[in-house]
Design a binder for this molecule. Structure first.
Ligand code: ADP
Ligand code: MG
Length: 348
């Protein structure tokens, strides 16, 4: 269920071609920093740009972006705003994940030594269902004043999600997997989610396994977050809990998230914010997108480049404490990027 790396990705003369979808808000600025950093680090990546015009509801841009990812095998993405608040206009972020079958979102939540937070030393990995559940976008008004929304849970997609999570735990020396659900109320949908997970867990006797109700999970996360190791969540619980944990660790500017399917992978900031109000102010934290770019390099097995950039980011935040306002610092986005670039040059 992991990305099948035997499928050839676009690679010519030792260079990879990767789709870059800047998205809206701060996305284009952040992507500019990724290009600057890759240039200095000598990362052998050529970006194929796929801009999605927020005012365009023809879906032509979306179709082009999706075929670009299919051609290249992987992409980087900023958040795409759905400007038109009409029920027939669907989120293009969701459409893209569905079309590429990016069924799992992985968020590695690890505390940074140099960021002051209420809880230190957190190290949790979220495995979120990324294509169905509450995000099926199947809503309708059955009679005036009555709206229905369908939550779709399939056995097939839940099974590959759970296998992904247990395989991930095994491959990364993790000890425990916790399934998050609300099966006491949603007996059929979350009931199936829980049942499949319990079944899959039996194939992994070396990994401890338990389950927890979503509301209790939120309470536990703020009072004793250290009890969690790997968590499996449905789509909606996943986005809520990922924002909660990102908040515990230092906000939306730090963590990156990876989306995987059987064939393709897309890398982006963990909380998928647009950051509209920050656009053009030179104040947004560039580290979330830069960490996403390192995830991309790791995915392409460009480990030396990945390590060079990752360590430059970590030194900048944790040792030099060159931090943007979201982390309590005074640095601009460009100060942070310049500091990262200086470390990369030293490490070359
Ligand atoms: P908006 O809807 O105004 O664009 P978002 O919902 O995108 O805001 O983001 C949620 C919050 O996270 C906002 O307060 C935004 O300023 C903040 N935020 C998002 N991305 C970043 C970032 N890279 N650096 C600092 N703050 C950020
Ligand atoms: Mg927003």
């Amino acid at each position: 269920y992991m990305q099948d790396t035997s499928i050839p990705l676009a690679k010519y003369g030792g260079r990879h071609t990767v789709t870059m979808m800047p998205g809206d808000g701060i996305g284009p600025e952040m992507m500019g920093y990724v290009k600057d950093v890759f240039r200095v680090a000598g990362a052998p990546i050529d970006f194929e740009m796929a801009a999605l015009n927020p005012a365009n509801d023809s879906y032509e841009d979306l179709v082009n972006a999706i075929s670009s990812v299919k051609r290249n095998g992987c992409g980087m993405k900023g958040n795409i705003e759905t400007k038109m608040n009409r029920p027939d206009i669907k989120s293009r972020n969701v459409e893209m994940r569905n079309e590429l079958d990016l069924f799992v979102n992985v968020l590695k939540c690890k505390s940074q030594a140099g960021i002051k937070t209420r809880h230190d030393n957190l190290d949790v990995v979220l495995i979120r269902q990324n294509t169905e559940g509450e995000y099926a976008m199947l809503e309708h008004e059955s009679v005036p004043g009555v709206i229905e929304s369908l939550k779709i849970i399939t056995e097939e997609s839940t099974e590959r999600l759970c296998r992904f999570a247990f395989d991930y735990a095994k491959a990364n020396g993790r000890k425990k997997v916790t399934l998050i659900h609300k099966a006491n109320i949603m007996k059929l949908t979350d009931g199936l989610f829980l049942e499949v997970c319990n079944r899959v867990a039996q194939d992994y006797p070396e990994i401890e396994h338990n389950d927890m109700i979503i509301d209790n999970t939120c309470m536990q996360l703020v009072s004793n977050p250290w009890q969690f190791d790997v968590m499996i969540l449905t789509n909606l619980y996943g986005t809520i809990v990922s924002n909660l944990i990102c908040g515990l660790i230092g906000g939306p500017g730090i963590l990156s998230g990876s989306n995987y399917g059987p064939r393709y992978a897309v890398f982006e900031p963990g909380t998928r914010n647009t950051g509209t109000k920050l656009a053009g102010t030179n104040t947004a934290n560039p580290c979330a997108m830069l960490n996403a770019s390192v995830d991309l390099l790791e995915h392409l097995h460009l480990d030396e480049h990945a390590q060079l950039i990752r360590s430059a980011i970590n030194k900048t935040i944790n040792e030099d404490k060159v931090q943007t306002v979201d982390l309590g610092g005074q640095a601009t986005s460009m100060d942070v990027v310049q500091n990262i670039i200086a470390h990369i040059k030293k490490g070359l």
